[in-house]
Design a protein around this ligand. Sequence first.
Ligand code: ADP
Ligand code: ADP
Length: 225
Amino acid sequence: DEKIRIRDVGKVYGTTHAVTALEGVDLDVMDGEFVCLVGPSGCGKSTLLRMIANLHRPTSGLVEIETQRPVPWPTAMVFQDYGIFPWKTVEQNVAFGLRPRGVGKEEARRRVAHWLERMGLTDFAKTYPGNLSGGMRQRVSIARAMVVEPEVLLMDEPFAALDAQLRRLLQEELLAIWQENSRTVVFVTHSLDEAILLGDRIVVMSARPGRIIGDYRVPFERPRT
Ligand code: ADP
Ligand code: ADP
């Protein structure tokens, strides 16, 4: 089934000094697909991701997500710079999105405990993010995104700031989580290596204006870790 439908999407930023970030973008993402968006800096990867997240609106065209629960928007996002609150504990950070989504206390407690455990964070529940390594902070970000049980997980260069060994470890954990939870994932990276490792589909973009210039599906099951 189609999960995300992007039709002839354009995005222009600003008015006086207008920047055309995207032009004529068409993309359908299937339910459960792991799509990597790859391309040089400035080709509009983040812009496209933010439109799927409903953080930006397209200037023209259409972005739709097929969902059984229309409110709220069924996506969660993980950023490169963690985007977690330094004044909240790990546990409070992970729980953050639940109340606005109407998740009750008991259910919230269950889900937070599950995702702390799953991401190896249980012992750090009461710790503040400033006392954690970059890799642990990014685990908090992933837990915080997964705890809301998003239908679509959006990731914007989540591992770009990590060293090679840690990046590899978190890539493997992410693939395991994806296989356990069968979410649709759209993963932005400027690394073709990373895209080939993670994606079962790789969408290539070019800049000025941002467009899709290639779309490759891996036509067979293969071991990725
Ligand atoms: P949207 O309406 O989709 O939020 P805007 O065009 O309002 O997008 O841009 C948001 C803000 O980001 C603008 O106020 C703009 O000044 C600022 N901005 C300008 N250039 C850049 C850039 N290259 N990268 C990120 N933000 C920028
Ligand atoms: P990528 O993620 O591939 O590096 P972006 O989506 O961040 O690309 O940016 C695409 C283009 O849009 C770039 O030229 C960038 O400078 C411009 N841009 C991105 N965000 C804004 C903004 N908020 N305001 C103005 N220009 C922006």
